[in-house]
Design a protein around this ligand. Structure first.
Ligand code: NAP
Length: 255
């Protein structure tokens, strides 16, 4: 159960090596989220380093379970194992995702479908799995890392953007469906974040860092937000962007 001030004491991170997720977990561990399960594609050095990082931050128990978002058969066992290890799970952070490149997807439509499968289909499977567990225990918060890319399609990353749009709508619907069950969903919409996912790419305006997104996530948990923008100014930027005439949007969104 969340502690007396509403902070989670146990957490499962799906995509346990995500830089954004680990930055958020650093802050949550400092607020006494002491037992964590990292669900990672493999249990190799990157996952081990992630676990050590959280132990150094003060976590008393950090376990690694393997799961591959692109393999639907691994979702239920991974979530089940995490609930078995933690007993009661206050927070699930759904952080896995792939960016890819539109040029790669144009040349290889199967690669495009595989990326959508990870970003969207796998999130549906994992999200519903977690929701059922939350209903059973009568509480829990699912934090889903969406993206501003899902707010409006851009010619140079519309496959990724469309997968995040689907994820975002799914997550909002799930949050509404959970009302009355004691559980909730918080959707996080970062802009451009400097992580290994964006390494080598030209930064977009209002670019930010994993630490800043992590702080926005923690603040959103504390305030009971349904949707968190990171940085917060993007809420207003995209309010305008969504309604720009198409011709203008095409011109300003081209990189
Ligand atoms: N960076 C940005 O600018 C930005 C902006 C908006 C939203 N986001 C979203 O934020 C989330 C976290 O991204 P990040 O920036 O923290 O990048 P990251 O460090 O590259 O994290 C991506 C995570 O997804 C995992 N992953 C990818 N494919 C997987 C699969 N098939 N099975 C299991 N795990 C898989 C990666 O695991 P491995 O270690 O095995 O690769 C890694 O843990 C993603 O959903 C991303 O789309 C990022």
């Amino acid at each position: 159960m969340n502690d007396a001030v509403g902070s989670p004491q146990t957490a499962l991170v799906l995509g346990g090596t995500s830089e954004i997720a680990l930055a958020a977990m650093d802050l949550l561990v400092a607020r006494r989220c002491e037992r964590v399960v990292l669900a990672c594609r493999d249990s190799g050095p990157t996952a081990v380093t992630a676990a050590q990082r959280l132990r150094s931050a003060g976590a008393t128990q950090v376990d690694i379970v393997t799961f591959d978002a692109s393999d639907l058969t691994t979702h239920r066992p991974a979530v089940a194992k995490a609930f078995e290890l933690l007993g009661d799970v206050d927070l699930v952070l759904l952080a896995f995702g792939v960016l890819g490149s539109q040029a790669e997807f144009d040349a290889d439509p199967i690669a495009a479908a595989a990326a959508v499968n990870v970003n969207y289909t796998a999130s549906v499977s994992c999200g519903l799995e977690v929701a059922n567990r939350f209903r059973h225990q009568g509480h829990g918060t699912l934090v889903v890392i969406s993206s501003v890319a899902g707010e409006r399609a851009r010619a140079d990353n519309y496959v990724y953007g469309s997968s995040k749009a689907g994820l975002d709508v799914f997550s909002q619907g799930l949050g509404d469906a959970l009302v009355g069950d004691g559980a909730r969903v918080m959707v996080v919409r970062p802009g451009f974040v400097h992580t290994r996912m964006t390494a080598g790419l030209k930064a977009a305006p209002f670019s930010t860092t994993p630490d800043e997104v992590g702080a926005r996530i923690v603040r959103g948990l504390e305030t009971g937000a349904d949707i968190v923008w990171a940085p917060s100014v993007l809420r207003w930027v995209f309010l305008v962007m969504r309604h720009l005439p198409r011709l203008i949007w095409r011109r300003i969104s081209a990189r």
